[in-house]
Write a new protein. Structure first.
Length: 389
């Protein structure tokens, strides 16, 4: 069957219909999501595609499927592949987080030169000791914002400045709430906000690795919230606040607490209840979450028994459900092995992901007000007005 020229469109036209770059169209081709059709009219046009096929892909991305909607955004920040490859701006995240400080990881995520010289102190009043993890991070961001005379600037450099100030403020506030002074690198301050007594340098380093692993993860729900805020022209502090607000749910940043409970119960010989089990499965990865693999490798260095129990539980769950460990199980196991509290995972998530919110806030500046999805109305239809009898 011969395809008529009128049914074919160029690569550039396909990219325009899909709202992506030409390079992304070729990525769809390499992943088998889109097939070239026909022959090129000239060597300058690239591949040709069936207009109907491209239109169907556009419709599929818009349709609600099982309660979800598909959204694709071009980004140079983070690459997440279902096979388990995770990159920050081309750097393997497992290697980067293992070798570098969190501050260096954050600078790389922000697309700037790696360094730690420009991370300023942020003077804070004493935080209320009753504030929870998410609340104290939000409070610290607001404190950093109030003392920033250039708060409304949306330049990439100011986004980075605001990110450094907010991360330092949040880590310091956590330490102060726990009665510590809040000095040193971010990982040390976060640990001071979690630990009782004087933790070892190896625990501090493990926590720093965890912070680096959690700095960004492409278009997670909280990152989408941060990008939506950034697209409205919100200042960097408001962008981070929007992200943290979405991060706090038990299905996102707070999921590691549930995984902590499940793992402790499994170690006590209790079977998980029917239904989804916290700490297993991921919407993107087809096998083990690469962040979980790094964290679970660290566990054995602190407690062989917890490492063995976690491995046994993971094997049991794989046999029963086919699901592999995710980052929440890794955070839970590391927390138990390092004798850190249940909310450690949520704390690490909340501090680390500020780096990602900043990176996506910078990237979103070129796309004002682009988030306007449409809803499919499922309510009552208009009722006819009854006339006079």
């Amino acid at each position: 069957m011969t395809v008529m020229d009128g049914e074919l469109i160029t690569t550039a036209q396909a990219a325009d219909l899909l709202g992506v770059r030409i390079a992304t169209v070729y990525s769809y081709v390499s992943r088998g999501l889109l097939r070239p059709a026909g022959s090129r009219r000239s060597r300058h046009e690239g591949s040709m595609f069936l207009r109907d096929e491209v239109a169907a892909m556009v419709d599929a991305r818009r349709r609600v499927r099982r309660g979800r909607f598909e959204l694709t955004i071009d980004t140079a920040v983070t690459s997440v592949e279902p096979s388990g490859v995770l990159l920050y701006r081309g750097h393997d995240v497992a290697e980067l987080a293992t070798l570098e400080s969190f501050e260096t990881v954050a600078e790389i995520v922000w697309g700037g030169p790696a360094g730690e010289d420009d991370w300023p102190e942020c003077a804070l009043p004493e935080p209320n000791e009753r504030l929870g993890t998410r609340d104290i991070v939000l409070w610290a961001i607001s404190q950093a914002a109030m003392s920033d005379s250039d708060r409304e600037s949306l330049s990439p450099n100011h986004f980075r400045v605001a990110g450094r100030r907010s991360i330092v403020a949040a880590a310091t506030a956590l330490a102060q709430r726990n009665g510590a002074s809040g000095e040193g690198r971010v990982a040390r301050r976060v640990l001071a906000g979690l630990a009782t007594g004087t933790p070892s340098t190896s625990v501090e380093r493990a926590l720093e690795v965890a912070l680096g692993l959690l700095a960004d993860h492409e278009l997670a729900t909280s990152t989408l919230a941060a990008r939506a805020a950034a697209s409205t022209g919100a200042d960097p502090y408001a962008v981070m606040t929007a992200g943290v607000a979405a991060l706090g749910g038990v299905r996102h940043g707070g999921a590691s607490g549930a995984a902590y409970d499940v793992l402790r119960a499994a170690m006590d010989g209790q079977r998980p209840t029917d239904g989804p089990v916290a700490g297993f499965g991921h919407t993107v990865y087809t096998d083990t979450d690469p962040r979980a693999a790094v964290l679970l490798d660290l566990v054995a260095g602190f407690d062989d028994e917890i490492a063995a129990a976690t491995d046994a539980f993971a094997l049991q769950m794989r046999r029963q459900t086919g699901l592999a460990p995710n980052v929440d199980l890794g955070l839970a196991a590391l927390s138990l092995a390092c004798r850190l509290p249940r909310h450690t995972g949520e704390t690490v998530f909340s501090i680390a992901r500020l780096a990602g919110f900043v990176a996506h806030g910078i990237e979103e500046q070129g796309h004002p007000l682009r988030f306007r999805p449409r809803a499919t109305y499922t309510g009552e239809l208009p009722r006819p007005t009854s006339g006079p009898e």
